[in-house]
Write a protein that binds this ligand. Structure first.
Ligand code: AHM
Ligand code: MG
Length: 351
């Protein structure tokens, strides 16, 4: 494969094609899907950029200038992604954090061999205050025999993903993805309308600088989780204190930590007994990416990528980021689980 540096000008399209060449058996279906997702990302970026103007441009709270009913941006992002990928003949089904059931491919379109699972606009509650939001996606291969995708195809452990990625709509729009050959980042050049390779082969430091966690849950965490957070803050004297940075928008927190080194944690608490984040739309794809960058991810007992999902919208506790910091979570929370001190699911608080 051609070796790229951040100074060669490489579009995402060319990069995807070059990666495909590493697999002589490839049919181009996955490449086509990734390219369609990059297109959807550009369309969503466009909407997000003018989100603050929605009320001004809309004739009323409910209608926009064309007289169409104003949609919430996360619903709109969902629709953009579905419309960008449903007709390409690459997918047999989809699932979205925004929709309760599997999204079927319309009867008039051909079905392909992949399933797409996605969170169209994560952190969308932050849009009103101009904080970065993101899209997260995961691709798995169909495993059932029929022509249409089924629930069994969706409920595969994360290690079976063939691709995963996220888009951050921040001060610039970036798309980071992996197909299992490293994690690569592309920045949208707005003047060209192209994603250009800006972060080839991302590597995340083994030891994190940043700790991203919502501290307001401290009193609602189980003691082992509280001890773990004290350890990250250096309060027990066993570690250099980490800097706390919490945007409250997963993609933004994850992205900063991926590049700078850090640990994002969303443990279970008394209110969210299984954590808050979704295994299939958030935890699994980001775990695939972080592992490709040399980091790790656990639910406190096992590697996120080994968790067997049982429900489409399953939630999971999540500790993700720099390898040594994730190992510490596993050691401190996993030990508690093994000793039987808690019967609650990983990092979670007993019912
Ligand atoms: P969402 O999928 O409804 O947007 O919720 C997920 C978001 C994440 O982006 C963020 O990490 C988390 O919720 C913040 O939750 P909290 O406000 O409890 O800290
Ligand atoms: Mg989300």
């Amino acid at each position: 494969m051609v070796k790229h540096t951040a100074t060669s000008v490489v579009t995402i399209e060319r990069f995807i094609i070059e990666q495909e060449k590493l697999h002589p058996e490839a049919t181009g279906e996955l490449s086509g899907l990734l390219y369609d997702l990059a297109l959807a990302a550009k369309m969503i970026a466009n909407k997000v950029r003018s989100a603050g103007l929605a009320d001004i441009l809309g004739a009323t709270d409910l209608e926009n200038v064309q007289g169409e009913t104003q949609q919430k941006l996360d619903v709109l992002a969902n629709e953009i992604i579905v419309k960008a990928v449903d007709h390409g003949g690459r997918l047999c089904a989809m699932a979205s954090e925004e929709e309760p059931d599997i999204i079927e491919i319309p009867e008039n379109f051909r079905c392909g061999k992949y399933c797409l699972l996605f969170d169209p606009l994560d952190g969308s509650s932050n849009i009103d205050v101009n904080v970065p939001v993101g899209t997260i996606f995961s691709v798995v291969r169909k495993i059932t025999r029929g022509s249409r995708g089924e629930m069994e195809d969706m409920l595969q452990p994360g290690r079976r993903q063939v691709a995963a990625g996220y888009v951050i709509y921040g001060s610039s729009t970036m798309l980071v993805y992996t197909t299992g050959q490293g994690a690569h980042g592309f920045t949208l050049d707005p003047s060209l309308g192209e994603f250009l390779l800006s972060h080839p082969n991302i590597r995340t430091p083994d030891v994190g600088r940043y700790l991203s966690v919502n501290d307001s849950y401290h009193s609602q965490w189980e003691p082992p989780v509280q001890n773990l957070m004290n350890y990250y803050r250096g309060q027990d004297g066993n570690r250099q204190p980490m800097n706390t940075r919490y945007v409250g928008s997963l993609v933004a927190d994850f992205h900063r930590n991926l590049l700078g080194g850090g640990l994002f944690a969303y443990p279970a608490n008394r209110r969210n007994k299984h954590g808050k984040l979704r295994l299939l739309y958030e935890a699994s794809p980001l775990s695939f990416i972080v592992e490709q960058a040399g980091g790790a991810a656990t639910d406190g007992i096992q590697r996120i990528l080994d968790v067997q999902p049982t429900e489409l919208h399953q939630r999971t506790p999540l500790f993700i980021g720099s390898k040594n910091d994730v190992d510490a979570a596993l050691a401190m929370l996993g030990a508690q689980h093994k000793s039987g001190d808690s019967l609650a699911p990983v990092g979670s608080v007993g019912a």
